[in-house]
Design a protein around this ligand. Structure first.
Ligand code: TYD
Ligand code: MG
Length: 442
């Protein structure tokens, strides 16, 4: 076996160099380069694709339907899955539930580097998980793991979290680029060689990236993000990368006192608490990946009492809200400039689609004029700077969901073609929208 030359690896950013550098030429960090072993590994011969056997299309149910949906129909044996998310969002809870559910059939190993066995037991009790095939291990030094895996032959492995694990033969601290690479590659090889699915938990930094190098994202088969607002119970599981399925499906959960519950029909929950006949509330058929979900957009405008008007938004980009206010002012003559503006998406959902412009604008106008929008209505469309309304994708699916939820009227940009049982009101501009919604003759 040919030994490759040593590489040097930046501990800050993962940049690789064949010679040692005092300062990383990628990120500029000083003294961050350390030697790492080259790729190496056994040399294998190319093979005709017809000779390859044993490739299976089989999927293992994870015991959680919403997770199976996000993975594209269950776990692929031999896949390495990274689950990222903010601390406290529920990653450990989700994976302990998966472990508990799957241990009903075969041995599962849950390795925690973050919690003691006592803490794991308490969590398991809270989740009503028991059973001898769920084996737990509180450990951060993976040197001893090989033997354990040999004895136990688990059918599923969960590593919580990759940032806490280390191999003793690598001279750097847990969470460093070298350790993360090594631990990641170890489980990649293990999962591929044994045909065992492995979940890695990864923490996310404040700016929303996975802590540690991007390397990890390239290495694994699937990257799932668990998102939600700490102050609300809803959680969305989204796939960012999936070698075995689409990246468009999302799973919706609710964190309850006994763990995560699946939410098979999120639209009903997000709009069921909405106030009737209250100014400032609008319903938007949002697309979360390939899944239409109805959400409520709430706006409150009130005259500023202190010098500087307040702009507070939750779940939407405040710059988009400022833009829409300027459009309301210039194109519809609503003097919103000296108003405090609060805009919120109920349930802690985050909206990024331009299609949410129209419901945001409708909710703001409704609050400004103190006139409620009709109850049976959805709004969907992008708003341009001249006040023109632009069409948005996937209207058929959005309207189907709205119809299913009993809404009957859709305010949409003109020139969009949809097949629906709902009454469609085509609108060219913001002026037409305001006219339609609030003129007293209407
Ligand atoms: P956890 O799974 O520890 O988050 P992570 O691993 O992503 O850091 O979730 C912790 C939060 O979930 C904590 O605030 C308590 C809450 N929780 C419940 O509300 N119900 C439960 O049954 C459990 C186990 C946790
Ligand atoms: Mg955790």
């Amino acid at each position: 076996m040919k030994k490759e030359k040593n590489n040097f690896l930046c501990q800050e950013c993962g940049y690789k160099s064949i010679k040692w550098l005092g300062q990383c030429s990628s990120c500029g960090a000083w003294n961050s380069m350390v030697a790492s072993d080259g790729p190496g590994g056994p040399i294998s011969q190319p093979k005709s694709i017809n000779e390859i056997t044993g490739a299976r299309e089989e999927r293992l149910p994870s015991s959680i339907g919403e997770l199976d949906r996000v993975l594209g129909g269950g776990l692929v044996p031999g896949s390495l899955i990274l689950v990222g998310g903010d601390p406290g969002i529920g990653k450990s809870t989700l994976l302990l539930q998966v472990a508990g559910g799957m241990a009903a059939d075969s041995p599962v190993l849950y390795v925690s580097g973050e919690e003691s066995l006592g803490q794991l037991k308490m969590r398991a009790q809270r989740l009503h998980i028991n059973g001898s095939s769920l084996q737990v291990l509180a450990l951060t030094d993976l040197g001893a793991l090989e033997g354990i895996l040999e004895d136990l032959k688990p059918q599923l492995i969960i590593i919580d979290s990759i940032q806490t694990m280390s191999f003793p033969h690598i001279e750097s601290i847990p969470g460093s680029v070298s350790q993360i690479r090594e631990v990641g590659s170890y489980f990649l090889n293990y999962s591929k060689n044994r045909d065992v699915p492995v979940f890695l938990v990864g923490h996310v930094t404040k700016d929303g990236n996975l802590a540690g190098p991007k390397i990890l994202e390239h290495l694994v088969d699937c990257v799932l993000y668990f998102e939600g607002d700490q102050h609300y119970s809803y959680r969305i599981l989204r796939s960012i990368k999936n070698r075995f399925g689409s990246v468009n499906d999302v799973g919706v959960f609710q964190m309850e006192s006994g763990g995560l519950k699946e939410v098979p029909n999120p639209s009903s929950i997000f709009i069921e608490e909405r106030p009737r006949q209250a100014p400032g509330s609008a319903v938007f058929p949002s697309m979360e990946g390939s899944r239409p979900i109805l959400v409520e957009v709430q706006a409150l405008l009130s005259p500023t009492t202190f010098g500087q008007p307040q702009r507070m938004t939750a779940g939407v980009d405040h710059r988009r809200v400022s833009m829409l206010m300027a459009v309301l002012e210039k194109r519809a003559g609503m003097a919103t400039g000296w108003q405090d503006v609060y805009l919120n998406i109920a349930g802690g959902i985050r909206l990024t689609e331009p299609a949410a412009d129209l419901p945001m604008l409708g909710a703001m106008a409704s609050s400004f004029l103190e006139k409620p929008l009709p109850d049976d209505l959805i709004l969907c469309g992008e708003v341009g700077l001249t006040g023109e309304l632009r069409s948005v994708p996937r209207l058929d699916e959005r309207l189907r969901e709205a119809e299913k939820m009993g809404l009957t009227r859709a305010l949409l940009p003109a020139r969009t073609r949809v097949e629906t049982g709902m009454e469609v009101v085509p609108l060219d501009s913001v002026q037409e929208l305001i006219q339609y919604l609030f003129s007293d003759e209407g």
